[in-house]
Every structure is written in structure tokens, then in C-alpha cells.
Design a protein around this ligand. Structure first.
Ligand SMILES: Cc1ncc(C[n+]2csc(CCOP(=O)(O)OP(=O)(O)O)c2C)c(N)n1
Ligand SMILES: [Mg+2]
Length: 878
């Protein structure tokens, strides 16, 4: 509530003064004066509030509203049919006992917001690149209903809503993986749409600044819920959008004031709160609060009494006004001030109930969109006031409306009547879909509007350009090994990326992305070589301008230095990794990050990238629980491969040597961009320096499949598997064991995850085809000639290597790094977690003894030599 007015006469003098400036010199001058006054106030330590929030009413004054050119009545008829079919689709999916769910209330509040977009603004993909639209996940029934009217989906499709197993039905929510020629962006996990949309707009400008794909007037539209805005991801990147002046970005926030359990801000005002946040972040804010039926009423509010009530009313009360009707609203809203009550004295209770909210008024929504698409220099957010469950009778704005999926007959009839749906009382229990004949004016109008805008949407491009493989030089250099020098796999990876950037064919498509970690990974040479993208260029002299590797920002910069935001950097990666479909221009992004701050931090975004069929490389650098020695518990990753393995189309590798990296990246480019497989790659790399041998002949196939024999033996009695930097410990263990006359083979396991996938696949094929010749898993094939005991060691939790146990037909021992990391030297850490060469020897000796290959005396000697301590604390308990 406003503070008490101690001197109304003085107040009105000030108001008169500003009024006369507005009238005589215009709003800009008035605004200038107010800014001056505000500055003066600031000097006294006061912070005027009007900078960030405006009164609770429409941002666009009536006289400045752009006129909607189309046929309002026709559009209402079409929209009503869409509403009905959306409702029918959900109700029909829940008529039986399948309990398939679905949502009515989200779309019913958002129908006009979408419809005005479809009718006038959203560009289709015929002959141009389409607008990129992030639909609010729970509004999917409405989007399907429109596609049904447009003739793209049929009754049978609608009846397969949420039935996707037997036939290609309709996904519950937008899922490109399941509807690859339809949905472009998975959005239903709250908050991911907003952050991915912001970075999409950022990447759109990046692609355009580099001259790869002209932006033209393409837009990114993000539709989201007001409740959804509480997710940290939703608002977490809005400052970037403001800072980068992403004028190609429009947020439409459906402010129906409710989320799932109840009001979003019962005790506050979500629209005002969001206005402040977005304006503070540099956005254009357009509030669409009241519909046109309010215009004459507002015009009568000369004293601003009604406005005062509007400014003070709580969202919790606003919800009641829709749930409890006109008489209630008169008594509990207008009656707060006698003048305000008087303004509506001629209105019936029904009239008051029908005073429409801005988000349900196509004129107001049109004016807002028109302003948004025509404004420049900043992103725009539209805050539209709506009613949750709009039109569903007694369920409108009730606290449980979110989950309504069955309606009483009365509610269905009320809905039919409100929207004049041509369904008789006789038929209504069947809840039939309604689609007018092809030659009806409605169908003609619908098709014409979309044809004008470039065809129907949503549509996703399934085909993509096939790329040529890069020059083999980028990889073959690494096949030679490090030729005596000590390097890390991170360095080797950066070398491949640097070479690929220079490739004639592919170079322009390679994008290194870092979240403020380039120096950690030894990538700072790229700052100057390819430049860091900045929409502003570089308007200052960098501190290190006189250095060779100076910090070069540029409008055409290639590298994305996204700052300390793993979620942001990952969203930028996803936008590039899906550029093959969304820009018709395949890009090959490499996102390098501290592996601990990868999947663990942004797993849901990675899951969405999988759904989006992203293609590209994720490089989990400084990985391994013991390899990143000094940094300690929060940094040392011993489980990212477990996390990456949860994403079905993510292929992950834990290589040790530079040639393995070269082979994996080369194969990745081949599979993703030439063979068009829907994979993305996760590769862990380390900061430990050691020598890299040349590639053994014929190793490629094994590297790609997940394992190959690195060091053979004449008469091996044990097989040592190692991966990542721990492979070197296995190599050392082999030498140690040989001093006891124990011969061992060493295998480099590049991916336990892929070995498991192969195992599952073969196991299943055999089960399904019991009469056919049994197939062997790759692990079985590798080991079948000599089933000796196996000891596997990795820098990851034991469960990583445990995955192949079913396919190892001999004694299998796994060593790993279960437990919290801590700071110390690599040597101490490996001893602590029991994955050093001595621990491998211990495990080998024990299993050999168990298998009666090593006698007790020798076992004791080995244990004594390596000083096995039977009382050593358990690493995952301390
Ligand atoms: C990350 C995440 N958490 C929780 C949910 C479950 N959920 C689905 S919709 C919803 C409420 C959405 O409210 P709002 O964003 O206001 O959208 P509305 O339906 O009101 O338009 C919730 C909590 C989810 N989908 N994603
Ligand atoms: Mg809501």
C-alpha cells in the first residue's frame, strides 16, 4: 500500500506540474525530469521505487495499442474449437481406467496467448528459418489441438495422446526424441525452457555475427508459467539477455497466479515482482493485465482510487475474484473504496465477472506482441494476467485446477456453452472432436493465416546436411604418441580442437565453449587465435594487450567464454549441438568443463539435450577422484561416468592416451555428422602429465568399442584392466607382478559404459532368439581364448567397472574410488582409495591365490613386500 499522503494539496501540485510537462513537452521530457529528480533523491540515500515497477495495469496505454488487423470473431471461433479439442483429448485419455493424465487448465489459461502468436507472429519454416518457440510443457494438448484443425494430426493421433508404446502416439509433453518431426525443444522440466531459450537467442546472434546463419528477423519465443519462474534456471540467465541486448528474444509468462498446489504469490503480486526482476535485468517489460472491458472503467478512475486498489490487491484475492464470481468481486474488490464502487454501479454481477483479464483479450495480446517484435535493443518479457482453468465452470481458478483431467458433465456443458461449441447434449458424453469441413470459412481462414507466415508449426527438421570428414592430419599427429614428452589428455584434446578449428571444411563449425576455465585447461592460446565472442566487441584495452596470448574479445569471436555458469554454458552447447536441425547448419561444439561440475550440476539439462537429439562433444576435464589431486572433496569426480551412462544417447569414454582421444573424436564426428547418428559424446580428460605411447597397430576398433589389449604377455595368468590415468597404475602393477614371476596382460578400457551396452544388447538378442547360434558379447570375445582372473581398476566408483561383471567368465575383481575425495598428492590418494599399483598387485595376488595359482607363501611375501595393512580404514567410510 502507498504510504499515507500527508499533504494532498502539495501532492496535487506536483502532479499538475508533471501533467503539464507531459501534455506540453511529451513523456520523454517528463521522464527526463523525473530521472533528474530521482538522482537528487539518491544523493540523500533514498531509492525511488518507480524505476522498476509501474502501477498494476497495462504497460501499453490504450491510445498506443496497435490494432489487430484480422477477423476477431472468426479467430474466436477457431480458438474455441482448439480449446474444445484440447479438452476433449485430455478427457478422452482419462475416460477409462488407464489413468493417463494430462492437463486442461494450463492451456485453457494460455489459449489466447498462443493463438495470437500463431495467427500473426510465429514464423513457419517454408522458405525461411522458423521462429524458435519453447512451448510451456503442460500446454501441449492445445498445440496438438491446433495441429489437428490444421489437418496435420488426426482423430486417431489425438486418441493416442500419452500412448506412445504401440504406435507413435502423442507425447505427454514436448519431446523431440519421441516426436522428431514435430517438437523442437523439451520444456516440461520447469525452468529449462527459459534458460535454454535465452541461450538459444544468444547463439542465434553468435551464428549471425560470425556470418554462418543470418539472423534476419528470426525470434525466440519462450512461453512459461508464473510458478515456473521460481526455478533458479528460469531467472538465472535473464541478466545475460539484458546485457547482450537480445532483441530477438521474447518471453511470454502466463501469469495465471497459480501453480500446482495453490497460488504462486498468495500474499504478493507475481506480476509486479517479475516486472522488477526483468526490468532490473535490462528487459522491456510489457504487462498485459486488463482486457478491453476494463478500458471504460479505468477511464472513469480520474482520482486513481481504482488504481490504488489494483496496486494493493493480493494475488490470493485475485484468484478468489475468478473462483467466486461477480458479487463477491464487487464486495471484496471495488468496495474497498466508495469511489471505485461507484464506478461499477451500473454493472451487473455478471458484467463484473466478465471483466476480462489481459491475457484472454486478443486485442491486448496482439498489441503486446506487436510492440515486442518491433522493439529493438533489449529482450522483451510479456507478463500476461490470465485465469487458470479459464472456461471450465466451477473448476476455474480453484486451487486444485492444475491437475483436473476429468470434468463433471456440468463443467463440460458450461465449457461448450461458453465457447459455442457445436456439440449436442446427446453427443456430449462422447466428448467428440470437432473439426469443420475443409472448405468451411474457419478452415480456410486457419490455413491462410499460417500460409502467410510460412506454414504450420511446430515442425522439426529431421534431415540434416551430411558433413565431410576433416583432414586426417588433425588426428594422425596424435597417433605417434607424445614422443618422449609428458603431456595431459586435456592438452591432447585441446590440440585436436585447435587443429580442427583450422580445418578447411569443418573449421568454422567447431566451437570451443568454457565456463571461465580456459586457463585451467591450457586453452588460453585460443583467446587470441580465434577470439572470444562478445556481442559488444571489445571497447577497452585488455590488461594483457602486450602479451602474446592476450584476452581478445570480438564480435566475430569463435570461442564462447560463458563465465561461471555451467547451466548457461551447457545451454549454449545444446543450442549449437542442435543447430543441425534448428538452423539447418550443423555445428560441432566442444564444451570443456571441470568434470565434477558437469552432469552432477546440470544433469537435467543434459537429459533434455539427449531428448533434443543434441550432437557434439562434452569434455569433462580435470577428471578422476585421485587425478585432480589438490582440489579436494568438492572437485574430485569419481562418478561422472555413472551419471553420463544414465542418458541413453550419450556415449562416454575415459581414455588414457592421446591417440585414444584422437580415435574417439574422429569416430564421433563420423558417427554424428556423417552417419547422422543421434549421439553425443562425453569424454573425460585429465590434468596429469605423462608420456603417451604411439598407437598399437589395429587398436582403433577396440578403442571405439570400449577396450583393447595394450600389453600382451606370453603366458598370462591374470588380466589387468585399467582406464583413465589408472591405466598407468595397471601398467606399473604388471611390472611389479613380473618380479614375482606372474605374467599379466594389460587392457585399456576406454569405456565400461559401452561394454555394458554391448553386453546388454547381446544378452537380449540371445534371449529373444534361443534357437539361433548364441552371440558373444565383446567382453567375452576379448577374453574367451584364456579365461584367467581379471582385475579392473579405475578412478571412478566401483560400480563403473562392475557393469561388465556378467560378461567376464572368470574371477572378476574391481577396484575403484568409492567415497569422498580429499586433498593430497596423487600418490597418497591412490594409496588411500586402493587403486595404486600396489593395491592392484594386492588384488591380483589375492585372486591368484583364491584360484590356486599363487601359493600361500608367495601371497604372504607379496603382502609383506607391499606392506598390506589389514587395519587400513575403509575409504568410503572415512
Ligand atoms: C522441475 C519440475 N518440477 C516440478 C514439476 C511439476 N509441475 C508440473 S506443472 C507444475 C506447476 C506449474 O505452474 P506454472 O508454472 O504456474 O504453470 P501453469 O500451469 O500455472 O501455467 C509443477 C510443479 C515439473 N514439471 N518440473
Ligand atoms: Mg501458473
Amino acid at each position: 500500500m502507498n504510504p499515507e499522503d500527508k499533504d494532498p494539496i502539495e501532492t496535487s501540485e506536483w502532479l499538475e506540474a508533471i501533467n503539464s510537462v507531459i501534455e506540453e513537452e511529451g513523456v520523454d521530457r517528463a521522464s527526463f525530469l523525473m530521472t533528474k529528480l530521482a538522482k537528487r533523491l539518491n544523493e540523500e540515500g533514498a531509492i525511488p521505487t518507480y524505476n522498476l515497477t509501474t502501477p498494476f495495469r497495462n504497460s501499453i496505454p490504450l491510445k498506443e495499442e496497435a490494432q489487430m488487423p484480422g477477423d476477431l470473431f472468426m479467430e474466436r471461433r477457431i480458438r474455441s474449437l482448439i480449446r474444445w479439442n484440447a479438452l476433449a483429448l485430455v478427457l478422452r485419455a482419462n475416460k477409462n481406467d488407464d489413468d493417463l493424465g494430462g492437463h486442461i487448465s494450463t492451456f485453457s489459461s494460455a489459449a489466447t496467448l498462443y493463438d495470437v502468436g500463431f495467427n500473426y507472429f510465429f514464423r513457419g519454416s517454408e522458405g525461411q528459418l522458423e521462429d524458435l518457440i519453447y512451448y510451456q510443457g503442460h500446454s501441449s494438448p492445445g498445440i496438438y489441438a491446433r495441429s489437428f484443425l490444421e489437418g496435420y494430426l488426426h482423430e486417431e493421433d489425438l486418441d493416442n495422446f500419452r500412448r506412445e508404446v504401440k504406435k507413435p502416439g502423442l507425447s505427454s509433453y514436448p519431446h523431440p526424441w519421441l516426436m522428431p518431426d514435430y517438437w523442437q525443444f523439451p520444456t516440461v522440466s520447469m525452468g529449462l525452457g527459459p534458460i535454454m531459450g535465452i541461450y538459444q537467442a544468444h547463439i542465434m546472434r553468435y551464428m549471425s555475427a560470425r556470418g554462418l546463419v543470418p539472423r534476419n528477423n528470426r525470434k525466440v519465443w519462450v512461453f512459461c508459467g508464473d510458478g515456473e519462474m521460481d526455478e533458479p534456471e528460469s531467472k538465472g540467465a535473464i541478466a545475460l539477455a539484458g546485457r547482450e541486448s537480445l532483441e530477438n528474444l521474447i518471453f511470454v509468462i502466463n501469469c495465471n497466479l497459480q501453480r500446482l498446489d495453490g497460488p504462486v504469490r498468495g500474499n504478493g503480486k507475481i506480476i509486479q515482482e517479475l516486472e522488477g526482476s526483468f526490468r532490473g535485468a535490462g528487459w522491456n517489460v510489457i504487462k498485459v493485465v486488463w482486457g478491453r472491458k476494463w478500458d471504460p472503467i479505468m477511464a472513469k478512475d480520474k482520482e486513481g482510487k481504482l488504481q490504488d486498489i489494483m496496486d494493493a490487491v493480493l494475488d490470493g484475492e485475485m484468484q478468489n475474484f475468478k473462483a467466486k464470481g461477480g458479487a463477491y468481486t464487487r464486495e471484496n474488490f471495488f468496495a474497498k473504496d466508495p469511489d471505485a464502487l461507484k464506478i461499477v454501479e451500473d454493472l451487473t454481477d455478471e458484467d463484473i465477472y466478465r471483466l476480462n483479464r489481459g491475457g484472454h483479450d486478443p486485442y491486448k495480446v496482439y498489441a503486446a506482441y506487436h510492440k515486442a517484435v518491433n522493439s529493438s535493443g533489449a529482450p522483451t518479457v510479456i507478463l500476461a494476467l490470465t485465469t487458470k482453468g479459464y472456461g471450465v465452470g466451477s473448476r476455474e481458478a480453484d486451487n486444485t485446477t492444475h491437475q483436473v483431467k476429468k470434468l463433471s458433465l456440468d463443467n463440460i456443458k458450461a465449457f461448450r456453452d461458453k465457447f459455442n461449441i457445436p456439440v449436442t447434449d446427446e453427443d456430449i458424453e462422447q466428448i467428440p472432436y470437432v473439426r469443420p469441413p475443409e472448405d468451411s470459412p474457419e478452415m480456410q481462414y486457419l490455413k491462410k493465416t499460417r500460409a502467410k507466415l510460412g506454414g504450420p508449426i511446430p515442425r522439426r527438421r529431421k534431415e540434416s546436411k551430411v558433413l565431410k570428414m576433416p583432414d586426417d592430419k588433425s588426428f594422425s599427429k596424435l597417433y605417434q604418441g607424445s614422443e618422449g614428452r609428458s603431456i595431459s589428455t586435456t592438452m591432447a584434446t585441446v590440440r585436436v580442437i585447435t587443429d580442427l578449428l583450422k580445418d578447411k571444411e569443418l573449421g568454422k563449425r567447431i566451437v570451443p565453449i568454457v565456463p571461465d576455465e580456459a586457463r585451467t585447461f591450457g586453452m588460453e592460446a585460443l583467446f587470441r587465435q580465434v577470439g572470444i565472442y562478445s556481442s559488444a566487441g571489445q571497447n577497452y584495452e585488455p590488461e594483457d594487450a602486450d602479451k602474446v596470448m592476450w584476452y581478445k574479445e570480438s564480435k566475430e569471436g569463435v570461442m564462447l567464454e560463458e563465465g561461471i555458469t555451467e547451466a548457461g554454458a551447457f545451454s549454449a552447447w545444446t543450442a549449437l549441438a542442435t543447430a543441425y536441425t534448428n538452423y539447418d547448419f550443423p555445428m560441432i561444439p566442444f564444451y570443456l568443463f571441470y568434470s565434477m561440475f558437469g552432469f552432477q550440476r546440470i544433469h537435467d539439462l543434459a537429459w533434455a539435450a539427449g531428448d533434443s537429439q543434441a550432437k557434439g562433444f562434452l569434455i569433462g576435464a580435470t577428471s578422476g577422484r585421485t587425478t585432480l589431486n589438490g582440489e579436494g572433496l568438492q572437485h574430485q569426480d569419481g562418478h561422472s561416468h555413472i551419471l553420463s551412462s544414465t542418458i541413453p544417447n550419450c556415449l562416454s569414454y575415459d581414455p588414457t592416451f592421446s591417440y585414444e582421444i584422437a580415435v574417439i573424436i574422429k569416430d564421433g564426428i563420423q558417427k554424428m555428422y556423417v552417419e547422422q547418428k543421434n549421439y553425443f559424446y562425453y569424454i573425460t580428460t585429465m590434468n596429469e602429465n605423462y608420456e603417451h605411447p604411439p598407437m598399437p597397430e589395429g587398436a582403433e576398433e577396440g578403442i571405439i568399442k570400449g577396450m583393447y589389449k595394450l600389453l600382451p604377455a606370453k603366458k598370462p595368468v591374470i588380466r589387468l584392466l585399467g582406464s583413465g590415468s589408472i591405466l598407468n597404475e595397471s601398467i606399473k602393477a604388471k611390472e611389479l607382478l613380473s618380479t614375482y614371476g606372474v605374467e599379466s596382460e594389460v587392457w585399456s578400457v576406454t569405456s565400461f559404459n559401452l561394454l555394458r551396452k554391448d553386453g546388454m544388447e547381446v544378452e537380449r538378442i540371445n534371449q529373444l532368439n534361443p534357437t539361433k547360434k548364441e552371440q558373444k558379447t565383446y567382453v567375452e570375445e576379448c577374453f574367451e581364448d584364456n579365461p584367467i582372473p581379471v582385475v579392473a581398476s579405475t578412478d571412478y566408483m566401483r560400480s563403473y567397472a562392475e557393469q561388465i561383471r556378467p560378461y567376464v567368465n572368470s574371477d572378476y575383481t574391481v577396484l575403484g574410488t568409492d567415497g569422498f575425495g580429499r586433498s593430497d598428492s596423487r600418490e597418497s590418494l591412490r594409496e588411500f582409495f586402493e587403486i595404486d599399483a600396489n593395491s592392484i598387485v594386492r588384488a591380483a595376488a589375492y585372486t591368484l591365490h583364491k584360484n590356486k595359482i599363487m601359493d600361500k607363501a608367495q601371497l604372504k611375501k607379496v603382502y609383506d613386500d607391499i606392506e598390506v595393512d589389514p587395519l587400513k580404514p575403509n575409504p568410503w567410510e572415512v
